[in-house]
Each structure stands twice: as structure tokens, then as C-alpha cells.
Design a protein around this ligand. Structure first.
Ligand code: NDP
Ligand code: MG
Length: 379
């Protein structure tokens, strides 16, 4: 077997490093040909030494470029990721940059890659049908990396042409799942980053605590699986063992289960259609004893409804939701605003920033700028 070339965009992050763990286990399958990060220069140098890509990129030029990483072609600056990707022309690209900052990379990966492995949900929340239409036009599959969407994608392999009645996304409930409403407003960064089941980057961990993450995932599912919002349900499942489900017309519900470990869905996308063993903890249902499910509490977690509302409104509303959320979450992580301000800022942006049609990527960026300006002024 000839190793497939793969770019890992956002290589120093939570998803990126776990993808490299898988790639490192299967050198005969994967040749990492492009590695990128924003500013974690030392971390990226280490990865470059180990994986020896053709190209590498950082958004900011480091003070020094060590001699032993100079064998590859380096790119620096705000569009360095895309330039490194286009120069490497890998067969696959794992898009694991966080936020709308990753949209450009997804967009260009669709030009040069055979497959796009998508962790960067914000690219789909904001780029929406522009991204899926381009993927279809270019004949490039978008393989989900997000665990819920990977679960649905895996269940859909058994579909055999049958119509789907409903998609069910499971949701851990985040770090504040059992908090009282009156305590949530002042939850600290430390409280919020203590996610019960998953270890992830800071932004998505905050998104889980507000549950905007599940809203972003409903929007992501809408685009990935071409399902209307009404046919996408959310159920709280604190153990994160049932990763999501597909309901068919005869009432049968297929689910994908496993211990929470992102290397499962990452490896599934990387190896698709093959399953690549790694040192996964086996699922022991008897030891777990029980799995719990509950309906989401929209009173304590208003962001889920805000996101689904934005999806139903359409046009640039999801872009506004996402832009306001990115600004609010960054401010919360810098301890500039309390946790409770995050949903307030998103809600206010959705009410105040005019939403319009989105016909091009330029429209997406214009709506994002307007949402960010508004949200920054509200901090
Ligand atoms: P991290 O914050 O851990 O990593 C983000 C990566 O992107 C880092 O390599 C970072 O580089 C790079 N990056 C950040 N900003 C930019 C930018 N402006 N331009 C170029 N590169 C940038 O995030 P995660 O790995 O947690 O998440 C990545 C994506 O995957 C997100 O969209 C998230 O929603 C999604 N996802 C993550 C899951 C998880 O388990 N972590 C689960 C499901 C989905 P640097 O280190 O230099 O900052
Ligand atoms: Mg997820």
C-alpha cells in the first residue's frame, strides 16, 4: 500500500495532535506532507522534526527557525496555512483549525484535495451550503470528524437507500450540566474548562458549557447530511458513550457507541472506509451499568435554541451567531466578561445585526465582521 499524503491543519491543537497520534501508528498508510499552526512555534517545530512534512506554516513569523526544521518549505503570515496547503497538494486534508479562521483552509482544500476531513465545524456553520455545494461540484467528500457527525455517518453506512426519519445528536451537557441557573452566570473559566467526559481545546470546551456547541452541531448536521432543522433532535447523555443516532421510518434507531476518545472519529475519517485500531479503551457496558438520557433544558442553556433559531432564519444568521460567540468566548477566556454574558451577547447580536442572504464567501466574511464589531462593542 502506498502511503496517502495528508495535511494536518491546526496540527498543534487537541484534534491535530490526536490525528498525528493515529498517523504515527500507521506510517505505511499516512505520509504527513503539511503541518500548520497559528503561533505555537516550538510545538510545531517538534512535529516537523518527527513527521518531516514537505511544507509547514505559522501565522506569525517566529524569532528563529531552528536549523533542523529548515528542510521543509516554510510559510509565514495570515494566509500561510493556505499557501502551505496549496504547495503541498496532499490527497487528504484534516481541517482542525478552530473558528471561522479555518474556513479559508477548508475552501481551498476543496480545490486541491481528494478528501476533506472536517473537524472545523465553524467552517460549515458559516460557509454552509456554499461549502457543501463546492464539495459536491469538486466531487470531494467531506468526512466528518466531530464525534456526533462521525457516529451518524457510520450509522448511515447501513442505510441501503432508505429514507432517514430523524438524526439524534447526543450531548454530554458540558461542565455546568447540573449547575443551578443562578450560579451559572458567574461560573469561572476554571469551572467551565472542567469538561466531564472530553479533553478538548479551550473554545469548544466553553461552547459545550453554554451548549452553543450542540447548536453549532445541529447546523453542521443540517449541511453535512442535508437534513432540515426539524429532523435533527438533541438528547442529553452525560456518559458520552452513545455518540449519536439515526432513526428510520420503521422506528428502528441505529446508534454508534464507544468510550469517549476523539481518536475514534478522527481515525475513522482518516482511514475511511477502513477502521484503524489504536489503544482504545474497550466499551464495557456491564461495568458502566446504565446509560442516562434527558431532554435539554432550554431555560438554563438558551444557546441551543438561539442556534437552531438562527439556522431556521437562514441567510447570514448562523454567521452572526458564530461571530458573536467567538468574540464572547474569547473575552470570557481572558476573564473580561462573566460566563452569563456569552448567551446575552449572542442573543443581542442576532437581534441587532441585520441578517441578509449569503451568495458568496465574501458575504460570509462581511456578516462575520459585522457580528464581531457589534459583539466587541457590547463587551
Ligand atoms: P485547539 O484550540 O486545541 O487547536 C486549534 C488549532 O488551530 C491549533 O493548532 C492552533 O494553532 C490552530 N489555529 C488557531 N487559530 C488559528 C488561526 N487563526 N489560523 C491558523 N491556525 C489557527 O482546538 P481543537 O483541536 O479543540 O478544535 C479544532 C476544531 O475541531 C474546532 O473547530 C472544534 O470545534 C472542532 N472539534 C474539536 C473537538 C475536540 O475534541 N477538541 C471535538 C469535535 C470538534 P496554535 O496552537 O498555534 O494556536
Ligand atoms: Mg461534537
Amino acid at each position: 500500500m502506498q502511503a496517502r499524503t495528508i495535511a494536518i491543519l491546526g496540527a498543534t491543537g487537541s484534534i491535530g495532535t490526536q490525528a498525528l497520534d493515529i498517523a504515527g501508528r500507521y506510517p505505511e498508510r499516512f505520509r504527513v506532507s503539511c503541518l500548520t499552526a497559528a503561533s505555537s512555534a516550538e510545538k510545531l517545530f517538534e512535529l516537523v522534526r518527527r513527521f518531516r512534512p514537505d511544507t509547514a506554516a505559522l501565522n506569525t513569523e517566529p524569532d528563529r527557525l531552528p536549523e533542523d526544521v529548515r528542510f521543509c518549505q516554510w510559510f509565514f503570515g495570515p494566509d500561510a496555512t493556505v499557501r502551505a496547503l496549496l504547495a503541498a497538494k496532499p490527497r487528504d486534508a484534516l481541517c482542525a483549525i478552530v473558528g471561522i479562521a479555518g474556513l479559508d483552509a477548508v475552501w481551498h482544500a476543496l480545490d486541491v484535495c481528494e478528501r476533506v476531513l472536517l473537524a472545523n465545524k465553524e467552517a460549515l456553520v458559516t460557509g454552509g451550503s456554499l461549502v457543501t455545494a463546492k464539495a459536491a461540484r469538486m466531487g470531494v467528500p467531506l468526512l466528518p470528524v466531530d464525534s456526533e457527525h462521525s457516529a451518524i455517518f457510520q450509522c448511515l453506512q447501513a442505510r441501503q437507500g432508505n429514507p432517514v426519519k430523524k438524526l439524534w445528536l447526543t450531548c454530554s451537557g458540558g461542565a455546568l450540566r447540573s449547575w443551578k441557573k443562578q450560579d451559572m452566570y458567574a461560573a469561572t473559566v476554571r469551572d467551565v474548562l472542567a469538561h466531564p467526559t472530553w479533553r478538548m481545546g479551550g473554545k469548544i470546551t466553553v461552547d459545550c458549557a453554554t451548549m452553543v456547541n450542540k447548536g453549532l452541531e445541529v447546523i453542521e448536521a443540517r449541511h453535512l447530511f442535508d437534513m432540515p432543522a426539524e429532523k435533527i433532535g438533541v438528547v442529553i447523555h452525560p456518559q458520552s458513550v452513545v455518540h449519536s443516532m439515526v432513526e428510520f421510518e420503521d422506528g428502528a434507531v441505529l446508534a454508534q457507541l464507544g468510550m469517549p476518545d476523539m481518536r475514534g472519529p478522527i481515525g475513522y475519517a482518516m482511514g475511511f472506509p477502513d477502521r484503524l485500531p489504536y489503544d482504545a479503551t474497550p466499551l464495557d457496558l456491564a461495568a458502566l451499568g446504565h446509560l442516562d438520557f434527558a431532554a435539554p433544558d432550554h431555560d438554563r442553556f438558551p444557546c441551543l435554541k438561539l442556534a437552531v433559531g438562527a439556522l431556521k432564519r437562514g441567510g447570514s444568521a448562523p454567521v452572526i451567531l458564530n461571530g458573536a460567540n467567538e468574540v464572547a468566548v474569547a473575552a470570557f477566556l481572558r476573564e473580561r466578561i462573566p460566563f452569563g454574558r456569552i448567551p446575552e451577547i449572542i442573543d443581542a447580536a442576532l437581534q441587532s445585526v441585520p441578517a441578509g442572504p449569503v451568495a458568496s464567501i465574501a458575504d460570509v466574511y462581511a456578516a462575520d465582521r459585522a457580528a464581531r464589531e457589534y459583539a466587541r462593542a457590547r463587551l
